[in-house]
Ligand binder design. Structure first.
Ligand code: HEC
Length: 134
C-alpha cells in the first residue's frame, strides 16, 4: 500500500467536502413537483376557498387571526370573514407574510419555518384565480 502524504490527504478531504457540498446544492435545484412530494403530490386542481384554502388558514392562522382571537393574539387582523381575508390578500400582505418576503411580518408569527410548500402553492393558486369566495 502506498502511503499518502498527510498534506495530500488534507486536500483530498477538501475536494471530497467540496463535491459533497456541490451535490447537496444541486439537489436543491430539482424543483420537480413529483420529486418534492413523491407520495401525495401537490394537487393544484380544483382549488377553492372552502375546499382547500380555508382548512389551511384555519389550522395555521386562526389561533391568532380568527374573529375571536384576533384582538388578543392577531394584532386585530381577523381573516375569518371573506371581506377581511380578501382585503389582506388584495393589499398583498397575506401572500408575502406566508412566503416570508420583505416588507411584512413573517407568518405564522413566532415560527421561523415556512408553512408547508404545498400549502403555500394552494393559497397562491387561489389568489391567482382572483381569490374568489368559492
Ligand atoms: C401566534 C399568533 C399568530 C399566528 C399563528 C399568525 N399570525 Fe399573523 N399576525 C400576528 C400578529 C400579532 C400580527 C400583528 C403584528 C405583526 O405584524 O407582527 C400579525 C400580522 C399579520 C399580517 C400583517 C403583517 C404586516 O406586516 O402588516 C398578516 C398578513 C398576517 N398576520 C397573516 C397571517 C397568516 C396568513 C397566518 C397563517 C399562515 C398568520 N398570520 C398566523 C399573529 C399571528
Amino acid at each position: 500500500m502506498k502511503i499518502v502524504p498527510f498534506k495530500k490527504m488534507k486536500s483530498f478531504k477538501k475536494i471530497l467536502l467540496g463535491l459533497m457540498l456541490l451535490l447537496g446544492i444541486q439537489s436543491c435545484y430539482y424543483d420537480v413537483e413529483e420529486q418534492l412530494y413523491p407520495s401525495t403530490g401537490c394537487n393544484l386542481s380544483g382549488v377553492t376557498l372552502s375546499g382547500k384554502v380555508k382548512p389551511i388558514i384555519q389550522s395555521r392562522c386562526y389561533s391568532c387571526h380568527s374573529q375571536q382571537n384576533s384582538g388578543a393574539y392577531g394584532g386585530n387582523i381577523n381573516v375569518e370573514t371573506y371581506a377581511n381575508l380578501k382585503a389582506e390578500v388584495d393589499n398583498g400582505k397575506f401572500l408575502k407574510s406566508i412566503k416570508h418576503e420583505s416588507g411584512v411580518s413573517p407568518m405564522p408569527k413566532g415560527n421561523t419555518a415556512l408553512i408547508d410548500a404545498c400549502e403555500i402553492k394552494i393559497i397562491e393558486e387561489w389568489i391567482n384565480l382572483g381569490a374568489p369566495n368559492d
